[in-house]
Write a protein that binds this ligand. Structure first.
Ligand SMILES: [Ca+2]
Ligand SMILES: [Ca+2]
Length: 438
């Protein structure tokens, strides 16, 4: 072999090794992270590493007795490694010999998919994957399970069905598996909902999750989406025990009616959830949840009344938009929009061609917390892209966030909070706008 052909190989290895020595969110490795090699995988071979992963259904063994979310069934042949990627393929295969069984009221049939679960577990650390969700009506998920609790880092959904927001949602949650007599057994008991400014099935992105004993941090493409302390989560904090790592695809009946699916939804050789790598890092001791970032919104918690906000309400309306005492989830005051058609706005100076995350807390005291019949939203417009919103139907104060990228010649944006329903009040509090990586 000539030197000329060796040099690119060495360079390639050096770049690859550098990428593996530090998390995407901490390129200088200030956190003194150490890669857990037993749980990390670049998927660079020609098959799934059976030392690291169990493929669900291998030798008829299903970890946690989970055979797939019916109608889709986990099948080992649907999991492969090639071109440096793990592929979990969901196929329309009506002739497959499905299990003669039901799950949650649906029979297995027509759709095969796959799952892998790590053979070892870990306790506390930083998890990262670079991946592209399956671009169709199926989930692409990165999650963990351990004694008492489940963490869903994300459950991406690759096709708009009931909600046009589904393909842009970065949904992180805890499920309670502590006590099978508890009313919250198996249910989501803590959730973070973030709206991405891209379709999860169209390109690769890097998703990160830091699991500290005292806090969690959620990341996308190196940017911090949210830090949440154990204290804030309270009794709903369920991830204390060692966790195993899962990657899988499922049919979510709350996103799509299983009976409505046809061969046309799974064209060609099927839909691939493509994973470039999974890396798990650990370190000694606990980290610091503190953030030193500047919130770009003025009077963001309404403790100075409506100062710095433009009231867009009809001046002749009998009830007034206000900052109410003893109403806030952060400090004493919250913005109060007594009925639909009211809005507050703030114009903010920003940098062009830069990504920002906007978050806020909304409460709709007239809502049952379930229906969509009463909603309020906050969002951003006039930044060089389409107006985007985070919409809430939550009774109690609930946090939402969204991200957006300013246009190449746009140096400001308008943040708004609006009540979209006649006759019902809405509260908003603690709006924050951060530059990603700033
Ligand atoms: Ca790879
Ligand atoms: Ca407040």
């Amino acid at each position: 072999m000539k030197y000329a052909s060796i040099i690119p190989l060495i360079l390639c290895c050096a770049l690859q090794c550098a990428a593996e020595t530090a998390p995407h969110t901490d390129p200088e490795n200030k956190g003194a992270w150490v890669l857990n090699k037993a749980l990390s995988d670049e998927f660079s071979g020609t098959k799934v590493d059976s030392e690291k992963w169990h493929i669900q259904g291998t030798d008829d063994h299903y970890e946690n007795n989970f055979k797939g979310r019916a109608p889709s069934q986990f099948v080992p042949a649907n999991v492969s490694v090639s071109d440096g990627h793990l592929k979990i393929t969901t196929k329309w295969q009506p002739d497959f010999g499905f299990l003669d069984a039901q799950k949650d009221g649906h029979r297995y049939g027509n759709i095969t998919t796959g799952a892998i679960i790590s053979k070892t577990n870990f306790q506390h650390g930083y998890m990262e994957t670079r991946c592209k969700a399956a671009n169709g009506p199926v989930s692409s998920s990165f999650w963990t399970t351990g004694k008492g609790g489940e963490l869903d880092v994300f459950e991406h959904w690759g096709k708009d069905t009931k909600s046009s927001e589904s393909t842009h949602r970065y949904h992180t949650s805890f499920h309670d598996w502590r006590d099978n007599k508890s009313p919250t057994w198996g249910k989501r008991i803590w959730t973070n909902t973030h709206r991405l400014d891209f379709h999860v099935g169209e390109a690769f992105h890097v998703y990160g999750f830091e699991w500290d004993e005292n806090y969690i941090k959620i990341f996308v493409d190196g940017g911090l989406v949210r830090t949440v302390t154990r204290e804030e989560v309270g009794d709903n904090w369920v991830i204390d025990d060692p966790q195993k790592v899962w990657l899988d695809s499922e049919i979510f009946p709350w996103e799509v009616k299983p009976a409505s699916l046809t061969a046309a939804d799974f064209p060609g050789e099927g839909l691939d959830f493509v994973v470039d790598y999974v890396r798990i890092w650990q370190r000694k001791g606990s980290g610091d949840p503190k953030e030193i970032r500047q919130n770009l919104i003025k009077n963001s918690s309404f403790e100075s009344g409506l100062t710095d906000w433009d009231d867009k309400s009809n001046p002749k309306a009998p009830t007034k938009t206000s900052a109410e005492d003893n109403a806030g989830c952060d400090g004493a005051k919250a913005a109060f929009l007594p009925q639909g058609g009211r809005a507050l706005e703030q114009k903010i100076d920003l940098k062009p061609n830069t990504t920002y995350i906007l978050s806020g807390w909304l409460s709709l005291p007239g809502s049952d917390g379930k229906g969509s019949w009463h909603h309020a939203s906050f969002g951003v417009k006039n930044y060089g892209g389409e107006e985007v919103r985070a919409k809430s139907t939550a009774h109690d104060f609930t946090r939402y966030s969204l991200q957006f990228t300013t246009g190449s010649s746009d140096d400001s944006a308008t943040v708004f909070f609006t009540n979209d329903q006649k006759g019902h009040p809405a509260f908003g509090d603690n709006f924050e706008l951060f530059e990603v990586g700033g």
